[in-house]
Design a protein around this ligand. Sequence first.
Ligand SMILES: [Zn+2]
Length: 213
Amino acid sequence: MTAPAPLPPVAPLRVVPPCDGIDLADAERAAREFLAALGVRTGSAARADTPRRMARAYAEMLSPRSFDLTTFANDEGYDELVLARGIPVHSVCEHHMLPFLGVAHVGYLPGARILVLSKLARVVELFARRPQVQERLTMQVADWLQTHLQPRGVGVVIEAEHLCMTMRGVRAGGASTITSALLGTLREDPRSRAEFLDLTTPTPSTLVGGRHG
Ligand SMILES: [Zn+2]
């Protein structure tokens, strides 16, 4: 292919997550009442600080960090898959407010611009640190990259273990859930799609949930 014409530099996109207002004092009070209602006493020295720790832990799990998304002109006309594998995913399921943990593989087919790969982890964090379902998280990461990077294609695969499945209910310890979202050429071109899925899923037949479109 012919290399695209050089583009002017673009100022980094400052990504500041929306803050819905976390009231730590209120959360601590509520945590104490929540524990009391469950018969968990917090009167001992060892547990006196537990409601405060719970409040702070959840506040942290629900607060993504701001970051700058720096992109560069794709001067070399690189048009093969760019893939970051094994990005840590730490999120909280919105049904039980228990963590789900795993990894994300995020890839894109560059258009006019490329980005610093380490920033893909921040994009994952941006959407992971809120009450979530894995399918929506997967789509949001893909859609966000499609909007802000405008690549020719985006692929996101997330494999995670949900503590609400491991520790309660069916107690399916060790079971993982795989979701995927493929956009653009990674969805439409069979060769690109197969390459991406080969690199990101051990057995594509185990794919569940997610969206292809
Ligand atoms: Zn759950």
